[in-house]
Write a protein of this length. Structure first.
Length: 254
């Protein structure tokens, strides 16, 4: 039976070390903790950094786990499982809110709609499962960008195109929007993607408390908003739905 590959064992040891204890570690810390020479450790870290598994903080020079690990970790969660767990809750969300409900995941620099529940009325609607939405302007996209490091990296590297007169296109302003989204636990889109349309969304987590998607509702501004912005009852309904789906995925109560 073939033996193990030492370089892979050492790389795995580095990743495990960075995953526990201190959030960031310097080269000397990693080398001494694993009993490796600094040159060997630096080579491993440099390779892991090139592959996106490790990131280096520019100011301190310390290392931490990279966003690519989150992408790989999330791959275990089949999108169909996510959708299956969300079916009942998104149906309830559409019924209680009176608006169309959406479930989205990060895919190719955008938001892939994996489930769509029609608004519960007789109006003409088009099924949008499989459609792509932008990360920087939609409520689903802002939530993913705020809570998922991989999504944040992708939107930071792309162009913040002006889709309407209200779209945020400045990097500093967009980061402020994401900070607000993180602080309140939900994101909104007030005519930033389509004129006359608003939306609100919240993150969905798996059993490791990793963000794996976002759920929200979309509809006409006059229905979703009041003088203070998105109606509070809709924010509460969306957040309750996101929590319920997360609990079904093993995230527990939060």
């Amino acid at each position: 039976m073939p033996g193990s590959i030492q370089s892979l064992e050492r790389a795995a040891a580095v990743l495990r070390l960075l995953a526990g204890g201190e959030r960031r570690l310097g080269l000397s810390d990693v080398a001494s903790s694993l009993g490796l020479a600094k040159g060997t450790t630096h080579g491993i870290l440099r390779t892991l950094q090139q592959e996106g598994f490790v990131e280096q903080e520019p100011v301190s020079g310390k290392y931490q786990l990279g966003a690519e690990l989150l992408r790989l970790g999330n791959s275990y969660l089949d999108v169909h499982e996510l959708r299956a767990r969300a079916l009942v809750w998104t149906d309830d969300l559409a019924r209680s809110s009176g608006e169309a409900a959406y479930l989205g995941v990060l895919h190719q620099h955008g938001v892939l709609i994996v489930h769509h529940v029609f608004r519960p009325d007789d109006g003409r609607q088009v099924l949008e499962v499989g459609a792509m939405q932008p990360l920087h302007s939609t409520a689903l996209g802002k939530v993913l960008s705020a809570f998922d490091p991989v999504a944040h990296n992708e939107v930071a590297e792309g162009e913040l195109a002006a889709l309407t007169a209200r779209t945020v296109t400045g990097s500093a302003e967009f980061e402020s929007v994401l900070e607000l989204t993180r602080s309140r636990g939900w994101g909104s889109d007030l005519e930033e993607t389509w004129d006359g349309v608003a939306s609100v969304a919240a993150p969905v987590y798996d059993r490791r408390r990793m963000p794996v998607g976002a759920v929200g509702v979309t509809g006409a501004v006059e229905r979703l908003c009041d003088a203070d912005g998105i109606r509070s009852r809709l924010v509460a309904a969306v957040r309750d739905c996101a929590r319920a789906v997360s609990r079904d995925l093993g995230a527990g109560r939060f």
